[in-house]
Structures are given as structure tokens and as C-alpha cells.
Design a protein around this ligand. Structure first.
Ligand SMILES: [Zn+2]
Length: 126
């Protein structure tokens, strides 16, 4: 995965979350399998078990045993950001894809995705 910078507004949001000590945890319901995702605004102790919102059974913490956060979905704010995303996507594509597609093709495809309300995924710190 490329190490190119995140767009400014996404990086700002991420730094703000890190500054607050925010992390994600998941509680999985033993009854219905519902996964309850909780985002911590402040660091602190949380319960091992809690009641499932869906079925009322018991949901169990995964003890933060998930990668914190691995990806972020975002909307580019400028055409330059969209082009940077497209270049990165093109550079990370394999040789076979590059034979048939140009950076501009990728950009046009991403622009269409954007115009349909699409968001883009980017890896963040592991
Ligand atoms: Zn449940």
C-alpha cells in the first residue's frame, strides 16, 4: 500500500481523533451476531459485556483486538485531491491494467464515482 499523504481535511480529522485518544472497539452479540462498533471520545474503562441493541442478548468485547483504524472513507475536497487519488490508484495497479488504462482514464472513472456521491478509501496508520 502506498504511503502517500492523506488529503488535508482527512489528516486533520485523524490527528484530532488521535489527540483525543479516540479508538474503536467492537462488541459481538453471542445471540444474533450483531456487531456493535463503539468509538471512544475519551480514553477510559469500558465493559467486557453489554446488552445487544438488536436482540437483548449479551455482546462481548473483542478487547480492542482490531487494527486501529485501518482505513478511512472520505470525499476529496478538490480536483487536485481527486487527481492525487487517481495517480496513486494507477501507480498501485498491475502492469496488465496499465497496458489498457491511463491515469486520465482512472481519473475520469473516479470523477464519475465522485459525481454519483462516491467516497474513496485510504489506508491510515497501523
Ligand atoms: Zn443480538
Amino acid at each position: 500500500m502506498s504511503e502517500l499523504k492523506l488529503p488535508g481535511h482527512v489528516e486533520e480529522w485523524l490527528q484530532d481523533q488521535k489527540a483525543k485518544g479516540s479508538i474503536l472497539n467492537i462488541w459481538t452479540c453471542q445471540g444474533c451476531g450483531n456487531r456493535i462498533l463503539c468509538y471512544h471520545a475519551d480514553a477510559g474503562v469500558t465493559p467486557f459485556m453489554m446488552t445487544c441493541d438488536e436482540c437483548g442478548d449479551t455482546a462481548q468485547s473483542c478487547f480492542y483486538n482490531i487494527k486501529q483504524p485501518t482505513y478511512v472513507w472520505f470525499r476529496p475536497k478538490t480536483t487536485e485531491e481527486l487527481m492525487a487519488i487517481s495517480k496513486e490508484e494507477y501507480e498501485n495497479s498491475n502492469r496488465e491494467v496499465k497496458k489498457n488504462v491511463t491515469v486520465n482514464d482512472v481519473y475520469q472513472e473516479n470523477l464519475e464515482h465522485f459525481n454519483e456521491g462516491g467516497v474513496f478509501r485510504k489506508a491510515v496508520g497501523k
